[in-house]
Design a protein around this ligand. Structure first.
Ligand code: MG
Length: 161
């Protein structure tokens, strides 16, 4: 029986015209606008959820949390991550490590990276040393470079609990 599984996730949300913050990695980051989303629009947590689900071939975040579900309006994505993690644990797996990247021109993420790692490690119930959050830009190219939105990608390794 296989003892490790790998998963990848990717998510994008467009910036909105209004708002004063974005949620990233479960952290509220002040910004000149928010993002358009049914939930709180946390691309980093959504990409991480998709990676976790993908590792066990459990479908995607839209399957588990349908955007048309009114109870998810404005939902705290940490609840989604914790729910996904409980499904992983229930199947006898735990997180080996997660490596993630947020891609945007603004806001600047460096001051928030450690808090994001802390929050995500807590929600995935592992030591912070197993959770990597990186930030990059696309050198002003493409939709992230034009500050039209934020993207995130995640890779996870699951190990048998
Ligand atoms: Mg999303």
């Amino acid at each position: 029986m296989s003892m490790i599984r790998i998963g990848t996730g990717f998510d994008v949300h467009a910036f909105a015209h209004g708002g004063d913050h974005v949620m990233l990695g479960g952290v509220r980051i002040p910004h000149s606008c928010g993002v358009l989303a049914h939930s709180d629009g946390d691309v980093l947590l959504h990409a991480t959820c998709d990676a976790l689900l993908g590792a066990l071939a459990l479908g995607d975040i839209g399957h588990w949390f349908p955007p048309e579900d009114p109870s998810l309006k404005g939902a705290d994505s940490r609840l989604l991550l914790r729910h996904v993690m409980s499904e992983i644990h229930a199947r006898g797996w735990q997180l080996g490590n997660a490596d993630t990247t947020v891609i945007c021109e603004r806001p600047k993420l460096k001051p928030h990276i450690e808090t994001m790692r802390h929050v995500m490690a807590e929600d995935m119930r592992v030591d912070i040393s197993r959770v990597s959050v990186k930030a990059t830009t696309t050198e002003k190219l493409g939709f992230t470079g034009r500050k039209e939105g934020i993207a995130a990608q995640a890779s996870v390794l699951l190990v048998r609990a």
